[in-house]
Write a protein that binds this ligand. Structure first.
Ligand SMILES: Cc1cc2nc3c(=O)[nH]c(=O)nc-3n(C[C@H](O)[C@H](O)[C@H](O)COP(=O)(O)O)c2cc1C
Length: 375
């Protein structure tokens, strides 16, 4: 798969997840395999230019963390341009622009000709960046403000005209937030709006079948996975295997999940130090635990995590506690096994309702708290 001048080994991408897609998580996913390109959390362009320590920490990388895209956020053309130049100098492989919903203000007051003005302004900002660097510049957007204002196709076309190398599109509107179904027709409309650049579909991809369905139904060139990679850092590897062979690999074993979680934890401490790394891991560990089966005991302890020693103690305690839900071979008894993940756009009527027992109910992917308006 090509992204402008960049050749990627797979068409699978890690979506930016502010607060999560830091160096330790990117390295963890890369070690598991299958990922084409990872993106950082969004970084404020001005903070980067001011060499703000938090912004510099967000772009911290290592030789194993390649190829890497940095996502920039900002509305001042000169700052966005200069930040892109700075990133190119640092060896970053591509720059992604967080588009949020650039016509938001306009959509709110009913659209009209002002919408095109806003679109032109955005295109001019992007043009300045594209002309200033050789690395690919990409854009990430939602479908639009609401169902009456699906602006992504127009925006994608305008951005292709000024030289962006790819468009990432989350198949929901701003109004939807993270609820409702991914709109595959909406993603298809973006694919059809551009002539030569790849469009990468995004939203609710938690299984290899979902990735295939998104590509088959929309014609998108690749898929970007955010929250699904938290439940399942194996999603990239398993999806590539599924694309190549049509075979679905079994879900990783509990032991393998624990091994990868521990590796993630070690990297967290390596990059952020023991105290801060542990604090950050408090919100990461429960995502792994979502596929552990019964995990109350683990979750209760891990939210207070303060040290490496504590982590290993609580893990040992948890393994002992979890044994009551397992058979003689240490496998979870069927009634305690987590229900299979079913993405919003593959859900059927039979997929479960609120009246079903929790073990068979299939729910939406949880959304961690944070500034949804910029996601
Ligand atoms: C906690 C969280 C943080 C996010 N941070 C960003 C961000 O920094 N930049 C961005 O463009 N999108 C961000 N998003 C949106 C995701 O990149 C992605 O578009 C969205 O979660 C849908 O994909 P998914 O269902 O695979 O998670 C964030 C989403 C979540 C849940």
């Amino acid at each position: 798969m090509r992204l402008g001048s960049l050749t990627l080994t797979s068409n699978l991408f890690l979506s930016p997840l502010a607060g999560y897609t830091n160096l330790p998580f990117r390295l963890t996913v890369r070690e598991v395999g299958g990922l084409g390109l990872a993106t950082t959390d969004l970084v404020n362009a001005r903070s980067l230019l001011e060499k703000n320590s938090k912004a510099l920490k967000l772009i911290e990388s290592s030789p194993a963390d390649r190829p890497l895209a940095v996502q920039l956020f900002g509305s001042v053309p000169e700052e966005m341009r200069d930040a892109a130049i700075q990133l190119e100098t640092l060896g970053v492989a591509s720059v992604d622009i967080n588009m949020g919903c650039p016509v938001r203000k306009v959509c709110k007051v009913g659209g009209g000709s002002a919408m095109m003005t806003e679109l032109d302004k955005t295109a001019a900002l992007v043009k300045g960046m594209v002309e200033a660097v050789k690395i690919p510049v990409t854009a990430k957007m939602r479908l639009g403000w609401d169902d009456q204002n699906i602006t992504a196709p127009d925006l994608a076309r305008a951005l292709e005209n000024v030289g962006v190398a790819a468009i990432f599109v989350h198949g929901r509107t701003r109004q939807q937030g993270f609820s409702g179904t991914i709109n595959l027709d909406g993603i298809r409309a973006v694919v059809e709006a551009v002539k030569n650049i790849p469009v990468i579909g995004n939203g609710d991809v938690t299984t290899p079948q979902a990735a295939k369905k998104m590509i088959d139904d929309t014609g998108c060139a690749g898929v970007s996975v955010g929250r699904g990679a938290f439940y399942n850092p194996w999603i990239f590897l398993h999806t590539l295997h599924y694309f190549a062979t049509g075979e679905l690999l079994p879900e990783p074993s509990f032991a393998e999940r624990v091994r990868v979680m521990c590796r993630h934890f070690d990297l967290m401490i390596e990059v952020f130090g023991e105290e801060h790394g542990c604090r950050m891991f408090r919100k990461v560990a429960p995502w792994y635990a979502k596929r552990f089966g019964p995990a109350n005991e683990f979750n209760k302890q891990v939210v207070r995590l303060r040290s490496r020693a504590e982590f290993h103690d609580l893990l040992e305690n948890y393994l002992r506690w979890r044994a009551q839900f397992c058979d003689d071979r240490g496998e979870l008894l069927p009634r305690f096994q987590p229900a299979p993940m079913v993405p919003s756009f593959l859900r059927t009527e039979e997929a479960g309702s609120a009246d079903d027992p929790p073990s068979t109910r299939r729910s939406a992917i949880p959304v961690p708290s944070g500034p949804v308006e910029v996601w």
